[in-house]
Design a protein around this ligand. Sequence first.
Ligand code: HEC
Length: 155
Amino acid sequence: MGAAGTAAADPTKPASNEDGKYYDANGAPTYNVGPDGKVDWYTFSGYRRYHSECTVCHGPDGAGSTYAPALVDSLKHLNYEQFTAVVVQGRKDVNTANQKVMPTFGTNRNVMCYLDDIYVYLRARSDGALARVRPENHEDKPQSAKDAETACMGN
Ligand code: HEC
């Protein structure tokens, strides 16, 4: 890792790493893509979760559809807190004639237990750090991810 606290750090590089979970300088979750294209576990997990829960409306790879916005673009203006708020609470576009609805996912464990995963995956896509394909190589699933999943899913 580069020297912590250095001004104008590369925003596409994580500032810290806790057992395979990466964070930016503001403490928000972020991705890690190695020089060989190997991604962190959460980015890989987020790819899978996105494509099971979000792709039906937001299109494959976060690219958008006629119904819902491209989240690859949304993440250029939404920060982690704003992203989380929309997914938890949902949102209704009341300005258009045919109402478009972003569902409320706050009680959906298949989304809530993997919210950071989905976020870091989309963040990597938004930053252009990840191509529009399934990441081939990924880090092993950290023990802390297994523990958090068990606790969250209530298994
Ligand atoms: C049933 C369709 C549908 C599904 C499924 C869906 N969304 Fe959405 N989402 C929408 C629509 C429609 C909007 C735009 C709402 C508006 O214009 O207010 C939206 C908006 C959003 C926004 C705000 C985008 C912006 O630019 O402000 C985020 C973030 C988001 N969705 C994330 C997700 C995530 C993450 C998932 C999967 C867990 C998901 N959505 C699943 C329909 C969907």
